[in-house]
Ligand binder design. Structure first.
Ligand SMILES: [Fe+2]
Length: 235
């Protein structure tokens, strides 16, 4: 089953994509169009629809939050098809420079991300009259970046904020770093939290505050699972 939905948030448009071999997808992902910039590129399973969207929206730049295949899955294809530059953090660029191993279930549900050359972000990216300030927010993945648009009060946190409940995690996640990054986000000036799975167009900070305390509890649970010999999946 394929899912394609458009979400309008004033000057921001969210494109939600999901795919599943059977039944409704467990997770979908939202890419955001702001002016001619696209934040993240969705899963490669949805490539033809994503490429059409990029063309129809007149996208000129891709900004990546992190390397996970549901965010970077079409970056190489977009670059190859339209010559659009792709920007990201240094560690994301290093990771995407060559093929990397993912688990069979990840390949099945999202598909792999093809390698590509990612341009390293400057301190500020300006496009279509918007200023995107990349903020280092590691934890969910190494080199994870969130984008602050200060003049508009928007934060695009990628997977820094997943939901009010933590649904999954990977071995490249560092929960302590994640909590630090969530706390860092609370020091930023924004209201709208345009995250990749459950956008909160108003009162975004309240959701991050809640997530901080849940993450703290979860860290303890994870430790106890480890003590019982349960090991999380690697990615
Ligand atoms: Fe992710």
């Amino acid at each position: 089953m394929k899912i394609v939905k458009k979400h309008e948030f004033g000057k921001v448009r969210g494109w939600e994509f999901g795919w599943s071999p059977v039944g409704r997808p467990l997770m979908t992902v939202i890419c955001y169009r702001v002016g001619t910039a696209l934040i993240d590129t969705a899963l490669s399973r949805m490539r033809p629809v994503v490429l059409r969207m990029v063309e129809d929206e007149g996208i000129k730049t891709v900004l990546l939050t992190h390397c996970h295949e549901d965010h970077s899955g079409n970056a190489a294809a977009i670059k190859a098809a339209f010559g659009i530059p792709v920007y990201g953090g240094k560690l994301t660029a290093e990771k995407l420079a060559r093929p990397f191993r993912i688990f069979p279930y990840q390949r099945l549900i999202w598909g792999a991300a093809d390698p590509l050359e990612v341009n390293i972000l400057p301190d500020v990216w300006e496009e279509s009259g918007f200023r995107f300030v990349p903020i280092d927010t590691p934890g969910h993945s190494k080199g994870h970046i969130s984008y602050l648009v200060p003049e508009e009060g928007w934060l695009f946190p990628g997977d820094l904020y997943l939901s009010s409940r933590i649904k999954y995690f990977r071995a490249d996640e560092n929960i302590r770093q994640q909590i630090d990054s969530l706390r860092k986000a609370l020091t930023l000036d924004f209201d709208a939290l345009f995250c990749a799975h459950h956008p909160k167009p108003v009162n975004g900070k309240e959701f991050i505050r809640k997530n901080c305390s849940i993450s703290r509890i979860y860290t303890g649970k994870r430790r106890s699972w480890r003590q019982r010999g349960w090991t999380p999946e690697r990615s």
